[in-house]
Design a binder for this molecule. Structure first.
Ligand SMILES: [Zn+2]
Length: 308
């Protein structure tokens, strides 16, 4: 089949036009695609940049966190060390406080001991007796209700008088008729008294002085007790219920018999009671030992609690 040239040309023209149109379209299309790709690439780059930046920031942050963690660990260690130091220091302080307390206690005891008159628990004899200038620190008058009627005013050591009155009150409560004949006596009074007995009993007064405990009376902590019925007839006091009551109860008030019946040192004086402190009197009552049979050093251990 044969086409005319015109038709051929026409067709060729159409084909060419179509080709041009197609290629133009494709070109436009490609351009578009390229632009889109460029756009995407730009976006990607921006994204990558941002990602890098974030990464860098994160890395900085993680370094910072690492450093902070390190610092925290250091601080924690420091705090623990401080806590340990504090504990040590506290321990040392407590130890120190204990030492101070102990020391204060010891000083208090020493002070108390220094202020407690050693004579109050001394053992006296014909060769060891109180100096003529010795006087109790303070004397107090004994209420007349406790004194045997007709006797002069009597005085007692001010810090021991409560024990004496407690003893006599307890006796009165048990219907005991206990009375004081003699309490504190000065050195001069002792000398007079001894003279009197020397006159009355002659030379026998040295063996039987009627009151060998004259130094004990000078202390202001010793009493001669009797009953209204017995009065000054000292020796029969041992036969009274009051004497029995004293043997049973006096120790509770700190009083002991200086020269008990059957002692190996002195003549028995049932009327003569000396305050030696409740502690010692109780221990003596328990052991059954006599004051003058005890060792002086042993006795002195009771000095610190003498007034209690
Ligand atoms: Zn006496």
């Amino acid at each position: 089949m044969k086409f005319s040239n015109e038709v051929t040309l026409y067709l060729a023209g159409i084909i060419a036009l179509f080709g041009i149109a197609t290629s133009t379209y494709l070109a436009i299309e490609i351009k578009d695609q390229r632009q889109q790709i460029t756009g995407l690439l730009q976006e990607r780059n921006i994204f990558l940049q941002q990602a890098n930046q974030k990464n860098a920031e994160l890395s900085v942050a993680s370094t910072t966190i690492g450093e902070l963690r390190g610092e925290l660990t250091d601080i924690k260690e420091d705090l623990e060390e401080l806590a340990d130091d504090y504990k040590d220091e506290k321990g040392r302080n407590e130890e120190f406080e204990d030492q101070i307390r102990d020391l204060a206690g010891t000083l208090g005891d020493l002070d108390k001991l220094a202020k407690t008159d050693e004579e109050l628990l001394a053992k006296y004899s014909k060769v060891y007796f109180l100096n003529e200038n010795y006087n109790p620190t303070r004397l107090k008058q004994i209420d007349s209700e406790y004194i045997l009627p007709g006797k002069k005013d009597q005085y007692f050591h001010a810090e021991v008088i409560d024990h004496l009155e407690d003893l006599l009150d307890a006796a009165a409560k048990d219907n005991m008729d206990l009375k004081i004949v003699s309490a504190y006596r000065s050195f001069d009074e002792q000398v007079d008294l001894k003279g009197q007995f020397t006159q009355v009993y002659g030379t026998g007064a040295n063996a039987f002085s009627a009151d060998q405990g004259y130094s004990e009376h000078q202390l202001g902590t010793t009493v001669d007790l009797t009953t209204s019925a017995v009065g000054g007839a000292y020796n029969s006091f041992k036969d009274t219920q009051e004497y029995q009551w004293l043997l049973t109860n006096a120790y509770q008030y700190g009083f002991i018999l200086s020269y008990p019946e059957g002692n190996s040192f002195y003549i028995f004086e049932p009327w003569h009671w000396r305050f030696v402190g409740v502690d010692l009197a109780e221990d003596m009552h328990r052991s059954g030992e006599d004051f003058y049979a005890l060792d002086q050093r042993e006795i002195n251990e009771y000095l610190i609690n003498f007034f209690e």
